[in-house]
Design a protein around this ligand. Structure first.
Ligand SMILES: *Cc1c(COP(=O)(O)O)cnc(C)c1O
Length: 240
């Protein structure tokens, strides 16, 4: 098989596994749909184009500049997801490029996004990233900060909170992710039930190549899959 048909076959395989994971759900409605985000960081725009040709409508990138460069040469309309840490000096560009920013990890960042979105004449959809496992190496707010952050974000006019994102630790036994995903789903449901005034809570972004099936079983409705679709990333292959 050549590279193109491999990407298509991998996407098909991931979709089949997502459907099977939905069917195994116990706590969460089996009918609740799941959207697949193809994570294209460090992969060339040709690979991205192949994925889009194979039906992918959501693209995830970690870096603002890389996404902008790729978007310029891309022919098709897709939904752009920023999943990597966002520095405040890149906020202006991020707001122009991305439909959903998953990685909002401080009130300060939310406020900067609000200002940039106001200037650009847009309401920016965001997710709050929660560092549930409290890993020092990962971004995300502590769960104890959530209520204060929700209240403060509610005052921002050009930011619309749409849900939550988490990155699970890279456990050897992937089953160890399950309680964490379950807690994330509880948080998601709680905030959704008490919906903040300006929010539109609808997304729970969790699950990557090694743990997306468990994430879907536990209620993820946005999964971010790179390696299982495109193979291993070759860092700096793009010179970025
Ligand atoms: C790179 C990345 C992914 C995709 O990871 P894979 O293991 O390649 O599927 C998902 N989410 C985030 C936040 C990432 O940085």
């Amino acid at each position: 098989m050549n590279q193109d048909t491999m990407i298509e076959a991998h996407i098909q395989d991931v979709r089949t596994r997502i459907a099977a994971a939905r069917a195994r759900r116990t706590q969460v409605s089996k009918d609740a749909p799941v959207e697949l985000i193809a994570v294209t960081k460090n992969h060339p725009v040709e690979a991205m184009q192949e994925a889009i040709d194979a039906g992918i409508m959501n693209i995830g990138e970690n870096r603002v500049q890389e996404a902008i460069a790729k978007a310029e040469t891309l022919e098709r309309e897709v939904k752009w997801h920023l999943i990597g840490h966002l520095q405040t000096n890149k906020v202006k560009h991020a707001v122009r490029q991305f439909d959903l920013i998953h990685s909002v990890d401080s009130l300060h960042l939310a406020q900067e996004i609000d200002k940039a979105a106001a200037k650009f004449g847009k309401v920016q959809n965001i997710l709050i990233q929660i560092n549930l496992a409290r890993e020092a190496s990962k971004s995300g707010i502590d769960r104890t900060e959530l209520d204060a952050m929700l209240a403060a974000i509610d005052d921002l006019r050009c930011v619309r909170l749409q849900g939550f994102m988490c990155i699970a630790p890279n456990y050897d036994d992937v089953e160890e992710c399950r309680p964490l995903f379950r807690t994330m789903y509880e948080i998601f449901q709680q905030v959704k039930a008490a919906e903040p005034r300006t929010a539109d809570i609808r997304y729970l972004s969790m699950g990557m190549t090694h743990d997306y099936e468990i994430a879907v079983e536990e209620g993820a409705n946005l999964v971010r899959v790179g390696t299982a679709i495109f193979g291993a990333r070759v860092y700096n292959a793009l010179g970025v």
